[in-house]
Design a protein around this ligand. Structure first.
Ligand SMILES: *[C@@H]1O[C@H](CO)[C@@H](O)[C@H](O)[C@H]1NC(C)=O
Ligand SMILES: *[C@@H]1O[C@H](CO)[C@@H](O)[C@H](O)[C@H]1NC(C)=O
Length: 321
């Protein structure tokens, strides 16, 4: 009955005016970061006096998604598109855009069919999905490189301590340092594996957490190693304070980034990680410097032992490896 009536009305009205005109959009993109997806459908010449005059039908690949009947103001959604909705208040201004939950959105062609009394029109919009990386490629690299560099430097410090100061401290301490260093290395490697470049996900976010949070072990290790090798000097304190500062920055950066689909505080996190690695480097250089100084300026009473130690050292190195 209704199509017949519509056809009659259409026939009686003059051809062009019976058509609704759309502000056409060919396609629209969404990413993992869109909580909801809005598929636009805007009629430019809709002039309803009342919502009862309007009927809207959204279809996906020809199958119904949502229909809104202004005469009884009822919205019907199909299974699979339960979150679909249109705004009734916007409808009077010609906006029949469809809002969907991202989890229910599927890529493909959607058609929007609007009827106002005798006038009608249809437009098709293609919904596309775009993959976006959580951090930029460069940020991804640096976020992984800095902690790994810091860990390598930490192993360098450990090497110096075990080789140069072998006799001066108990073996248990060395073993403890080794175990802590190994645990840190494993945690960060697991973190780096989880933190593979890609879209924002809980997997990525936990990987980032595993890369950043355990850096506190790095500070403790550096503290132990510096105390064993050098003791408290203004320089060791400065290095440790610098590293703690870096850690705080990295933690703040992490907390700001970890729940953000499009993180803007990546540079803060990276600065923190960079400072941690820098402090590690300074510690290593300082240790190396002090160690070589201690070798040349030996107290006289040890002068006899010195040549002996020099012979022993290479052998000790081989045993370590
Ligand atoms: C997804 O979000 C972006 C940025 O907020 C927005 O410009 C875009 O229109 C959204 N896409 C859809 C399909 O809603
Ligand atoms: C949607 O329609 C356009 C134009 O008709 C076509 O080029 C495109 O391939 C279609 N997209 C899908 C996913 O079917």
């Amino acid at each position: 009955m209704w199509p017949l009536l519509a056809a009659l009305l259409l026939g009686s009205a003059c051809c062009g005016s019976a058509q609704l005109i759309f502000n056409t959009t060919k396609s629209i993109e969404y990413t993992i970061c869109n909580e909801t997806v809005v598929i636009p459908c805007i009629v430019t010449n809709l002039e309803p006096k009342d919502i009862v005059e309007i009927y809207v039908k959204w279809k996906y690949k020809g199958k119904p998604v949502l229909s809104f009947d202004g005469s009884n103001q009822k919205t019907l959604t199909s299974s699979g598109f339960r979150s679909a909705k249109i705004s009734q208040s916007d409808l009077l201004t010609g906006i029949a855009s469809l809002t969907l939950d991202r989890r229910e959105a599927v890529v493909g062609n959607y058609s929007c069919e609007v009827t106002e009394l005798a006038r009608e029109g249809e437009t098709t919009i293609e919904l596309k999905y775009r993959v976006v990386s959580w951090f930029s490629p460069n940020e991804n690299i640096v976020i992984v490189i800095f902690p790994i560099l810091a860990i390598l430097l930490s192993w360098g410090q450990f090497g110096i301590v075990t080789l140069k100061y072998k006799s001066s401290h108990p073996r248990e301490k060395t073993i403890l340092l080794f175990v802590a260093g190994l645990a840190l290395t494993i945690i960060v490697v697991v973190g780096a594996i989880l933190f593979v470049p890609g879209e924002y996900s809980t997997k990525n976010a936990s990987g980032l957490g595993l890369i950043v949070i355990p850096a506190v072990i790095l500070i403790l290790l550096q503290y132990c190693v510096l105390m064993l090798a050098i003791g408290i000097t203004s320089f060791t304190i400065a290095i440790l304070i610098l590293q703690m500062l870096g850690y705080v920055l990295a933690l703040v950066g992490l907390s700001l980034c970890v729940s953000e689909c499009t993180p803007v505080h990546g540079p803060l996190l990276i600065t923190g990680l960079g400072i941690i690695a820098l402090a590690e480097l300074l510690g290593l250089v300082y240790m190396k410097f002090v160690a070589s100084n201690q070798k040349t300026i030996q107290p006289p009473r040890k002068a006899v032992e010195e040549p002996l130690n020099a012979f022993k050292e290479p052998k000790g190195m081989m045993n370590e490896e």
